[in-house]
Design a binder for this molecule. Structure first.
Ligand code: GLA
Length: 395
């Protein structure tokens, strides 16, 4: 379970874990994220529309004079230790893959001269599809840079963290999670073109709509394999469609008429996967325009359509997520709801009027356990800031 620690508690835990004085120390933060729409589009050069949560991973760290990184977590018993004087080892425990991978990515860029003693804690729900791992990666990277007085542009840090996820955690993710964690702006959602990585920050009007995050508390064992399978199906679609349309480099380049023209050459499952990506890209652009125009009803409809497409064409929902979306759709003042993140469990995001949030939460608490035998957990969120240094080293 996620925990919120006060500054004092965290400082005490640091001394307990490392047995030494904390000063001088630095403190950095990086948020989890919720994706409002644009799912499974990032690795297809498409569009995503995430916002940073106000829940984040915090790291408190003290620079060392040698090339050793010792890292502890408020959620784990052991202190992990590794060297940055040579390629960083891929040793257990599993959770250490994130800081190890990020350290290796930064080491290869010659940015790290000294290590650190560091303690991480988070109030991003783990395994809830809200990118707790990306927030850990980005916070780890920012802590390493800060103790070294080194700087790296945030988009570069995001790419280094994605590299760590691919090569150390073994997950072939897109760029969305690390990018929004590094680049989020308070009060804004980010429309990101994953081809040129150009973000557009779009203000969210909190006085009129709010977002409720509902964790289904379903954790699917097969997520990683299914995710890789979807990526492969998208590659297959591109391979086949580009025979007829050589300019096609990714599903981003394919329109529905082009896909229809290639239908007979595509396996029906591959066809449906491609249809999801193509229609989801358009929904994402339309959603951003609807939010800018404060047309909440149209935006909400696009969220429901996105959920249906993820369920029926992309095959990444599950009965519990479907039940949550259906329950919310019956609550007055709710404009839209959909699964968010990779799928197969995790969370849904619900958009509605401020006054409808409590009703939606109560209806979920009443109906979800009866329908699924599970309890959901939920919280209302606004868009928080991206990764930042709370206190750095005095120069
Ligand atoms: C996971 C990945 C992201 C993205 C989403 C689906 O969160 O880490 O890169 O592909 O799934 O939209």
């Amino acid at each position: 379970m996620e925990v919120a620690l006060s500054d004092k508690e965290m400082e005490k835990l640091f001394v307990d874990k490392f047995g030494n004085d904390l000063r001088p120390f630095i403190k950095v933060r990086a948020p989890g994220r919720v994706n409002l729409i644009g799912e499974h589009t990032d690795y297809n050069d498409g569009f995503v529309f995430p916002m940073a949560l106000t829940r984040q991973t915090t790291i408190l760290a003290k620079p060392r004079t040698d090339g050793v990184i010792r890292i502890a977590s408020s959620l784990e018993p052991q202190v992990v230790e590794f060297s940055i004087d040579a390629p960083v080892k891929k040793d257990p425990p599993k959770w250490s893959a994130y800081p190890r991978g990020v350290a290796e990515a930064l080491r290869k860029k010659n940015l790290l001269k000294v290590g650190m003693d560091a303690l991480a804690y988070t109030d991003v729900p783990l395994g809830g599809g809200l990118s707790s791992s990306a927030s850990f990666e980005v916070a780890s990277g920012l802590a390493m840079l800060t103790v070294n007085n080194a700087s790296l542009a945030m988009p570069e840090l995001a790419l280094a963290c994605q590299w760590a996820e691919h090569h150390y955690a073994g997950v072939p993710c897109g760029i969305m999670d690390q990018y929004i964690s590094a680049m989020g702006v308070k009060g804004h959602a980010m429309l990101l073109d994953c081809r040129d990585l150009k973000p557009r920050q779009i203000p969210l009007d909190n006085t009129q709509v709010e977002f409720l995050i509902v964790n289904s508390n379903v954790k699917h064992e097969l997520v990683q394999g299914e995710y890789t399978a979807r990526r492969n199906q998208c590659h297959r679609a591109v391979e086949l469609i580009s025979r007829a349309f050589p300019m096609v480099k990714a599903l981003r380049d394919v329109s529905m008429p082009m896909l229809e023209e290639c239908r007979l050459n595509l396996d029906p499952v591959v066809f449906r996967r491609a249809r999801h990506v193509i229609t989801e890209n358009q929904r994402t652009l339309d959603f951003a325009a609807a939010l800018e125009a404060k047309n909440w009803k149209s935006a909400g409809k696009l969220m429901y359509a996105s959920h249906e497409s993820l369920r029926d064409d992309y095959g990444v929902s599950c009965p519990e997520l479907d039940a949550l979306v259906e329950i919310c759709s019956g609550v007055s003042g709710i404009y839209g709801a959909r699964m968010t993140g990779g799928g197969f469990g995790g969370s849904i995001v619900v958009m509605g009027r401020h006054a409808a949030m409590a009703d939606a939460a109560a209806t979920i608490d009443d109906q979800y356990p009866r329908r699924t035998g599970l309890q959901a957990t939920h919280f209302v969120t606004t868009a928080g800031p991206g990764a930042h240094v709370v206190s750095g080293l005095a120069r």
